[in-house]
Design a protein around this ligand. Structure first.
Ligand SMILES: Cc1ncc(COP(=O)(O)O)c(C=O)c1O
Length: 397
């Protein structure tokens, strides 16, 4: 492809990193974290280092016994299911179709006398329809967990996502530039004997913050005309994750997605708490929606790209833009070479689960391409992505 380096931008996937000044500023806030966000109103909110800790806390809360079963969506990351397996539960997958809808009949058929929990995921900000599932849970006395890790600040027609189940899990680093931080939100009063209360060590926080500083530095260099000319080859200095270039049904998920109990006592870091306090949800939602809409319209005429979630309902805060393409590896290679951090989403499989009966989920895990729409991108960035997508599409016609 014929491009000059001056055309090139660097579009990061989640955010543009954090400057050292911001880090110091956020770190200086201390004290108990409370957030006046509507999804937490009148709820018990337990802040944790990572979202997966909340899943173990639920097992403790409802006194799960060995071999009790949990119904989990077939389209999953793997890291949210692993804590239940670690605790001794048997995960039973139910079908999620190629458009990310829960197959309620399939879920119903998998309920047994040992089923204790139903786990549902709101994908990419879009709310799942839960009416029938709530009914099933009430009828069979099942505990309903809503996974909102990908849906911070999103609303359904009934209000903020995550308030109809018995519990909800949030993981803030998917949406906000935080090194860690998550929440378990309980509908009923908390009856847990011990809660995560220890801040992550300086070493843990430093290792999680380092990529943010590197990203901030790169972003600053790209936007500084004096140094940007020397960055022609910088993309090549940061090669993509090698798992992104392998299409395989047996690809493992990253090893740190498997649950490790050392993190159980850890709560959210001081820096993340400071960032959350300073976050204005309305700004995040407005920019993400604007970016999604602009990108959606800009690539709508590219027949090679099929938008998985199409229109943007009122209230949805899109995490990213999921797209179905043939030849996903080529698209990723080309977009990455233009500085756009497009990735395959959840390309690895938790090896403790049996995937054979779920071809749609396998296909999504192997072939779903996602583009960033986060709040640190502006109209120029979105237009650049549209332009690049048009160029890649032309080379394929
Ligand atoms: C849907 C979903 N739920 C839960 C989690 C777990 O979140 P955390 O990484 O904060 O433990 C993840 C992690 O990627 C996820 O994708």
């Amino acid at each position: 492809m014929n491009r000059t380096h001056l055309e090139r931008k660097r579009i990061f996937f989640r955010n543009n990193g954090l400057s050292p000044t911001e880090i110091v500023k956020f770190w200086r806030h201390n004290g108990k974290l409370t957030l006046p966000w509507p999804q937490f109103e009148n709820r018990e909110v337990i802040f944790t280092h990572l979202g997966r800790i909340g899943n173990v806390l639920v097992c403790k809360l409802i006194k799960i016994q060995a071999d009790d079963e949990i119904l989990v969506p077939s389209y999953n990351c793997g890291s949210e299911v692993d804590p239940f397996i670690w605790f001794g539960m048997k995960p039973v997958m139910y079908r999620v179709d190629e458009s990310l809808n829960i197959d309620v009949d399939d879920l119903f058929n998998r309920i047994t006398a040992r089923t204790k929990i139903v786990y549902v995921t709101h994908y990419f900000g879009w709310p799942q329809e839960l009416r029938d599932i709530i009914y099933l849970c009430l009828k069979h006395d099942l505990f309903l967990i809503e996974d909102c890790a990908l849906s911070l600040f999103s609303n359904s027609a009934d209000g903020p996502i995550g308030r109809v189940g018995d519990a909800a899990i949030h993981s803030f680093r998917k949406t906000l530039p935080v090194p860690d931080g998550a929440a378990l939100v309980l509908r009923a009063a908390n009856r847990l004997e011990s809660l995560p209360e220890i801040r992550p060590s300086l070493l843990i926080t430093a290792s999680e913050i380092a990529p943010y500083i590197a990203r901030w530095l790169l972003h600053w260099m790209y936007n500084n005309p004096v140094v940007s000319n020397s960055l022609y080859y910088v993309n090549d200095l940061f090669p993509q994750n090698s798992s992104q270039s392998v299409l395989s049904e047996t690809l493992d998920m990253p090893s740190d997605y498997y649950f490790s109990d050392e993190i159980m006592p850890l709560t959210i870091s001081r820096i993340s708490a400071g960032i959350l306090r300073a976050t204005n949800p309305e700004t995040v939602v407005n920019i993400r929606r604007k970016n999604y809409q602009r990108l959606f319209e800009g690539i709508a005429d590219i027949s090679l790209l099929r938008q998985l979630l199409r229109n943007l309902p009122d209230g949805v805060c899109p995490l990213l833009m999921p797209i179905v393409v043939d030849d996903v590896l080529k698209w990723i290679r080309e977009l990455n070479s233009m500085g756009i951090k497009a990735i395959r989403w959840w390309e690895g499989f938790n090896q403790k689960l049996s995937w054979e009966a779920f071809p749609e989920a396998k296909k999504l895990k192997m072939e779903l391409l996602v583009l960033p729409v986060h709040q640190y991108l502006n109209e120029d960035d979105i237009d650049y992505m549209i332009d690049c997508a048009q160029k890649v599409a032309k080379t394929k016609c």
